[in-house]
Design a binder for this molecule. Structure first.
Ligand SMILES: [Zn+2]
Length: 357
């Protein structure tokens, strides 16, 4: 693997991850770009003890085109058109988001009154292009390509964890128009947060109170029960959690407890690729239409709870039937109290029947 760091016209970092050692990454970004906006401000909600990022500048971001390769900002550049990626081809590329919620570019932040503490949204947001092929999808990447993406995630996790003020690194993919994705090009994002996220805090709090190893016991119990297992191999298991919140939700665990993606072995990365893409294809096979989904890597925080944490991926879709989406309405949005219309055992059975062998 070859890693080449370069910079875009407005100073943002861009990193190529290449399979070939002789890839030429000398292309320069010649676009006239506006200066980067400052980071958002963080405001503390004393009622829920959560930080909320207020990113006013994101309202003004250009609404990204829905068109094909002719307008796509994530396709490689050509002689006629300059995109976010100066090179004429790439394997996997990562760059700093142009309109980030968190960044090192700090503005000025005033006291806003009330009980809310305000501080700058230190951190970083990056975009990961999974392939240069606009019309592909993660589910159709080759195993080699998935492994390269995983190397990029691991690299970014290690690098971003080293930034002063960063407390947690989150690699994720939002897919589908129903999730609000306006660029069809296969890509994901990485957020380096200046705090530990609410869901991670909850999970690690539960792990702390539990007598034993909570994550390992959940995995062992699901493997023993078997009724909700969707796919498994020597090193990974994918299962629908017993108390799934979403109509179609799958958690993917390595059999060995590691804190983050950077700690996976080459063998674990290699074993993850075919298992995960088969689960994604099973999602698409359910109703014969593209499944919108959110795929979220849960990694240990940078400084706290690392010995408790257990790297795993949580994948879920908001589609519950061919023409029906699950919306977060009153109970979920206002109270955080989920109601799921699909029995997890039935969801697992449906997904299993779509796994290609
Ligand atoms: Zn594209």
């Amino acid at each position: 693997m070859k890693r080449t760091i370069t910079h875009l016209a407005d100073g943002r970092e861009l990193i190529y991850f290449d399979r070939r050692d002789d890839a030429d990454r000398s292309a320069i970004d010649r676009r006239p770009l506006e200066p980067r906006p400052p980071a958002s401000e963080l405001r503390y909600d004393p009622l829920t003890e959560e930080w909320i990022a207020i990113a006013g500048h994101r309202q003004t971001r250009t609404f990204l085109p829905t068109g094909g390769t002719a307008e796509c900002p994530l396709c490689p550049s050509t002689d006629e058109r300059s995109t976010e990626i100066p090179s004429y081809d790439y394997d996997v590329v990562v760059f700093e988001n142009r309109f980030p919620s968190f960044s090192g570019n700090l503005g000025t932040y005033e006291d806003v009154g009330g009980l809310s503490e305000v501080r700058p949204g230190v951190g970083r947001c990056e975009v990961v292009c999974f392939t240069s092929d606009h019309d592909s999808s993660f589910s159709r990447l080759s195993d080699d390509q998935v492994e390269l993406v995983m190397e990029a995630w691991a690299d970014r996790t290690a690098e971003l964890s080293a930034i002063e003020g960063v407390e947690q690194v989150f690699c994720f993919e939002n897919r589908g128009e129903e999730i609000g994705i306006t660029i069809a090009h296969p890509h994901g994002q990485i957020y380096a947060y200046p705090y530990v996220t609410p869901r991670t805090k909850l999970q690690l709090g539960a792990a702390q109170r539990y007598k034993g190893n909570l994550f390992a016991d959940v995995l062992a119990a699901e493997r023993a029960a078997g009724t909700r297992v969707v796919a498994t191999n020597e090193l990974w298991t994918a299962f629908v959690p017993a108390a799934a919140r979403w109509p179609f939700e799958v958690h993917v665990y390595p059999h060995r407890q590691v804190p983050d993606l950077a700690a996976l072995t080459e063998a674990e990365r290699a074993a993850f690729a075919p298992l995960y893409t088969s689960v994604l294809r099973a999602f698409d096979g359910l109703f014969g239409v593209v499944m919108p989904y959110i795929s979220a890597w849960h990694q240990a925080p940078v400084r706290t709870g690392r010995e408790l944490a257990y790297l795993h991926l949580e994948l879920f879709s908001i589609r519950r039937a061919p023409n029906k989406l699950k919306y977060l309405a009153g109970s979920e949005s206002a109270m955080g109290a989920f109601v799921n219309d699909v029995r997890p055992e039935e969801a697992a059975r449906m997904l299993r029947s779509q796994i290609d062998h």
